[in-house]
Every structure is written in C-alpha cells, then in structure tokens.
Ligand binder design. Structure first.
Ligand code: GRF
Length: 205
C-alpha cells in the first residue's frame, strides 16, 4: 500500500493534527501531511502546521455558516487535488461536508467525533453524554458518508465518566484517547487491510 498523502481540515486547536504529525515523526504511521486547511483564518491548527513546515491554506467558506458548499467546496477539492491528497482527514472541522468533497474522495474522507457513535452525534457530544448521565463516554473515528456522524466506524475508544466530571474535564480525557485513536485509524487505512461491508469496516482477513 502506498503511503497516505493526507489533507487535514480543521477549525480549532489542531491537537489531533498534532497527534498525526507526531505518529508520522515517530515512524508509527506511513503517511505525510500534504496540506492543512482551515475555515478560520487565525486558527491554531494553521500555526501548528506552519511550525512543522506543512503547507497551509485559509478556506473562505462564506456565505455559508455551518457547511462546506458551493464555491468553497469546489475550491477545497481543487486545492486538495492539486496537493496530491488521497485521504481527507477532518480534525475538528466545524462544517458539514457535502457531496462535492465526498464524491471527489470516495470512502477517503475520515472524521473524528468525541462520542461513542451512534450515541450523541452533533456538537458538544461530551456534554451531551455527561448531561445524559452516561458512565462511559468515548471517541469514534469513522469514514464520512452523506449523513451527520453516521459513516462506517474504523476505531472507537471508551472513556469512563467519573464523579465530579465537568464538560471540560471529560472532554480533556476524551482528547487523550482521540490522540491515540486517530493515528490508529489512519494506520488501518494506510495498511489497506480492510474492507467496507455495508456500514461495517471489516479489518483484516
Ligand atoms: C475534538 O474533540 C474532535 O473530536 C472534535 O473537535 C475537537 C478538535 O480538537 N471533532 P483539535 O482541534 O484537534 O484539538
């Protein structure tokens, strides 16, 4: 299997991108990050990427507030393709991606969601889990399909909810597991040793 050429899309701090950078640097993931893009001009993810000498782009998504659509989507696909990207990594990208991007990278758009899907799709899912009274929360890395947080699951990791947890403390513990889960999932994709069977990702065999 050829090494992955990743395009990372994020809107925030970029700690997941960092975990991927670190896994590559340690020789634990056969991949390179070709480009990092953000819909937030001053997002920390762009600073982090620059510090590592990774090409960065701001993606102007107006007039849409929560989705990647229209001209921005076309621009995004064009930039990813011209950077030679084969796998798109959503790492805290706060927009719903649509058919234009998904069609350009079939079964090659991956997302991380801070909950054990299918429980708690959508925003602030760690807070949803806490408010619900869950004893276990977690993280899911999945292929993106046309739904919201519904695609085939590659990796999940559980995180216990402890007495006295706040949304911030639970999210911080979930993020520790995210930084293991994303490189793990990308290693599976890089191995090519899986198949998507309906909505299941069958690993090995
Ligand atoms: C993570 O909690 C991720 O699961 C969610 O957004 C957050 C991004 O964090 N989708 P970071 O920007 O990678 O630090």
């Amino acid at each position: 299997m050829a090494r992955l050429r990743l395009g990372v899309l994020g809107s925030g701090a970029g700690s997941n991108m960092q975990s991927i950078v670190d896994a590559i640097a340690k020789g634990e993931l056969d991949a390179e990050i070709a480009i990092v893009m953000s819909d937030v001009a001053d997002a920390k993810i762009l600073d982090r990427a620059r510090r590592h000498g990774i090409e960065c782009r701001y993606l102007d998504c107006s007039p849409f507030r929560t989705k990647l659509d229209g001209a921005a989507e076309m621009k995004c696909v064009e930039i990813l393709k011209s950077a030679g990207v084969d796998t798109v990594v959503l790492a805290g990208f706060m927009r719903i991606v649509k058919a234009g991007l998904l069609g350009a990278f079939p079964n090659r758009v991956i997302n991380i969601h801070p909950a054990l899907l299918p429980a708690f799709p959508g925003v602030e899912s760690w807070k949803q889990a806490l408010d619900y009274g869950c004893k276990v929360a977690g993280v899911t890395v999945h292929f993106v399909d046309s739904g919201t947080d519904t695609g085939p699951i590659i990796v999940q990791r559980a995180v216990p909810v402890v007495e006295g947890d706040t949304p911030a403390s639970l999210h911080a513990r979930i993020q520790v597991e995210e930084h293991i889960a994303y490189p793990d999932a990308l290693r599976i994709v890089a191995s090519g040793n899986y198949r998507i069977d309906g909505r299941r990702v069958v690993i090995g065999g």
